[in-house]
Design a protein around this ligand. Structure first.
Ligand SMILES: [Ca+2]
Ligand SMILES: [Ca+2]
Ligand SMILES: [Ca+2]
Length: 182
């Protein structure tokens, strides 16, 4: 049984993944997100970084489909997404195993100059490409910068997302990553 807070987070996540807004998740949503992230972060077409980003989003799609598509129609409905996330809920190791490579590829794209940190502005541009409003993206980026030094490390990025996915407290820093849940 998952709480309303967690359930709301699953809805937010589903909406962000349903890039074309047709109410089901399909591979083309994931490819579309990867392509718009690449454009927003200035990753060059045909570069190794673009290939990695597309590969990891396709791989994330395949993993999600494998664990989530209960009726085997090749699409993920909101209901299927909720059920699968609830099954995986609390299993931080499973989430980490399934999502880490995808988050690392994203981070590599955001970190355009490969210095190992993303600026708050680079992170905000990425989140806008992923569908957040600019003000929301800016606020989320500042929250991800947990030590407030103006730069977001891979560790801060991973910690922010795992708090978002796992924290039951609606007011917790990680929970408000995609905006207020209330
Ligand atoms: Ca869709
Ligand atoms: Ca399905
Ligand atoms: Ca920081």
């Amino acid at each position: 049984m998952t709480s309303d807070v967690i359930s709301t987070k699953y809805d937010r996540t589903f909406d962000m993944l349903d890039a074309d807004g047709n109410g089901v998740l399909e591979e083309r949503d994931f490819v579309g997100i990867a392509e718009s992230i690449a454009r927003a972060t200035g990753v060059a077409g045909g570069s190794a970084k673009e290939a990695m980003l597309l590969r990891e989003w396709r791989r994330s799609w395949a993993t999600l489909l494998e664990h989530t598509d209960a009726n085997g129609d090749g699409q993920i409905s909101r209901e299927e997404f909720h059920q699968a996330m609830a099954r995986a809920y609390g299993d931080a190791a499973l989430l980490e195993h399934n999502l880490r490579a995808g988050f690392e590829a994203e981070f590599a794209a955001i970190d355009a100059d490969d210095d190992g940190v993303a600026t708050v502005d680079q992170m905000a541009a990425f989140l806008v490409a992923w569908g957040l409003e600019p003000a929301q993206a800016q606020a989320a980026s500042m929250r991800l910068d947990q030590d407030g030094d103006g730069r977001i490390t891979l560790q801060e990025y991973l910690t922010g997302w795992s708090a978002f996915l796992l924290d039951e407290d609606a007011e917790a820093v990680g929970s408000t990553l995609l905006g207020s849940l209330n």
